[in-house]
Design a protein around this ligand. Structure first.
Ligand code: FPP
Length: 236
């Protein structure tokens, strides 16, 4: 493996293009998602090898509930399968699993499995895999605002004391550092309601390939591109 000068501490990924990959091959969309789950496995392993601390995957957005019910069911059953298969590996590889999003909207079976693995892996330290499930950044921001507003209303927080840190501490990602690198597959230049607050200073790398074609080499290339960027955080 090449010796990289600076590995991003947190990589976030918008896994896009499963449907188009399937359509190109005359396959149903769920086959695209199935193939996409393979890329998830490969990218997760590659991030552990690289020494990335946090990998966040946009696996299901709050808008994805509006897709046809058979596609939603296929995505949930893929997620169940991924979680059951990964359970042993997460244990062996010392990976912690956490989830962000409106987890309460997930089917009970998925939620229970997810919860079991989250508890089981809570003190793992090799890498944290963050699954964004039923996730929407605007919804997350609204929930944080609501929680801050109720503290102000009850008197436990002063409006003048609210700053960026206060706000960040009310997001679901409060214990996670902001992403350094955001990767989106399939060539689309959008952030699609993903981590809107947290990606303020992330370097964005758009990869043309559809997600099911995304391999370890594509991740390494994205990391290399990140390493050639000059991150200024608004300064000179
Ligand atoms: C976007 O492709 C992808 C998704 C909506 C879901 C991502 C899910 C997976 C990669 C598989 C399951 C996840 C895990 C964690 C095992 P799209 O359907 O929007 O593609 P399109 O834009 O080409 O239609």
């Amino acid at each position: 493996m090449p010796d990289y000068p600076e590995i991003p501490r947190h990589i976030a990924v918008i896994m896009d293009g499963n449907g188009r990959w399937a359509k190109q091959r005359g396959l149903p969309r769920r086959e695209g998602h199935r193939a996409g789950a393979e890329s998830v496995r490969e990218v997760t392993e590659a991030c552990v090898e690289l020494g990335v601390d946090y990998l966040t995957l946009y696996a299901f957005s709050s808008e994805n509930w509006n897709r046809p019910s058979d596609e939603v069911e296929a995505l949930m059953s893929l997620l169940d399968r991924f979680l059951s298969e990964k359970q042993k590996e997460l244990r062996e590889q010392n990976i912690r699993l956490i989830a962000i999003g409106q987890i309460e909207r997930l089917p009970e079976k998925t939620r229970k499995l997810l919860q079991t693995i989250i508890v089981e892996t809570a003190d793992h330290s090799a890498m944290t895999l963050v699954l964004a499930l039923s996730y929407g950044a605007r919804e997350e921001i609204v929930a944080a605002t609501r929680s801050i507003a109720s503290k102000v209303a009850e008197g436990s927080l002063k409006a003048e004391a609210i700053d960026c840190a206060t706000f960040a501490n009310h997001l679901q990602t409060r214990d996670i550092p902001d992403p350094d690198l955001l990767i989106r597959s399939s060539g689309e230049m959008r952030v699609s309601n993903f981590l809107l607050w947290q990606i303020s200073y992330a370097e964005i790398v758009i990869v043309k390939k559809f997600w099911p074609e995304f391999r370890k080499g594509d991740l390494l290339e994205a990391v290399e591109e990140y390493q050639h960027r000059h991150r200024r955080f608004g300064a000179l």
